[in-house]
Design a binder for this molecule. Sequence first.
Ligand SMILES: Cc1ncc(COP(=O)(O)O)c(C=O)c1O
Length: 393
Amino acid sequence: MVELPKRLQIKLSERATNNALRQLPIANHLIDFSSNDYLGFARDEAVFKMASEILRNEGIRTNGATGSRLLTGNSELYGQLEALLAKFYDTEAALVFNSGYDANIGFFSSVPQRGDVVLYDELCHASIRDGIGMSNAQHYKFKHNDVEDLYRSIERVKSKNTDSIIYVVTESVFSMDGDAPDLEALAILCKANGCYLVVDEAHAVGVYGEKGEGLLHQLVQQDKVFARIITFGKAMGCHGAAILGSEALKSYLVNFARSFIYTTGLPPHSLATILAVHQRLENNGQVGTPFGGIQTLKNNIQFFNARLIALGLEQYFIPSNSAIHCCLVPGNKQVKYWSGQLREKGFDVKPIMSPTVPKGQERLRFCIHSYNSENQINSLLLHLEMLVHLSEK
Ligand SMILES: Cc1ncc(COP(=O)(O)O)c(C=O)c1O
């Protein structure tokens, strides 16, 4: 094999020295407090059967998409799925992408133009930041969930460039913190200042809303929002993503989003699975075997928070009502050690290390699921309490 260039070898060994080397984990059978499968749909037999039925009913027997959606890859299921998504999420149009990463780089690299300004929350996901980095627009961070700081940034931009279009970008649930911005305040601020609000709902769909339509849908009228990014690899338990907005935005993305144009479409089975999950959510478990359900997930989240308070652990956690809960454990070495200790007790809880999060803000990230039992949650937090006590001695 040709050796890795020296410079790259040095970068890798620096990662190892900093305890920050990323390595692919081996699949395990521990109690799941780490996957994004919040509702258990990835393992839901009813969804699996429904997806197969959709393919059978449509007479689809192909394994792959065979090409880009603009060439041969636009299977008939895409039309059905995008119509269903538009209805389910209460929007004019939906455009399916191969992943949330693709959706974000496609949107942010093509929509904001030279002379425009993108104001984004400093903790936005890498896919948003990578997309913004590919655009010709100017871009500035605002302080995490700080509406006043955003307001000051808008004022600054407006005082300098009067004809810039301003895009404001946030997530409704932050992936590495689990917290949420004041979406109503953001929507009002954007409307009052003529800014275009874009919200990534990757970790909110399936978790919030009566049927899992997301947090933005629950709180904000859709006429205040320019675009929503939803993903199907988390609570939906499948793969792929969609951008929700107007028909004109959809047409623009079909023409200019390079991560949409220059890639093979999703295989029919993926589309059928996304359709099946939404049918399942629409019927709230009345079709086939009932799934754990959004309510069970909410109960588990409430139980988790109640136990944090009862055990005096609340102070170590970032406040969250979502399925993601983070306990700050500064230092890559320490957070890895704690994760290892929980693993030895049978719990899969991932350490989030720098550089994924800033140095000193390393954390254990707990993902709650509808299929976690109260006993499991309780036992997990008792072990965590022990680790906290030992570290304070
Ligand atoms: C907020 C957010 N947006 C987008 C993505 C990317 O989604 P996908 O995994 O479908 O590429 C993620 C994934 O972790 C995310 O957390």
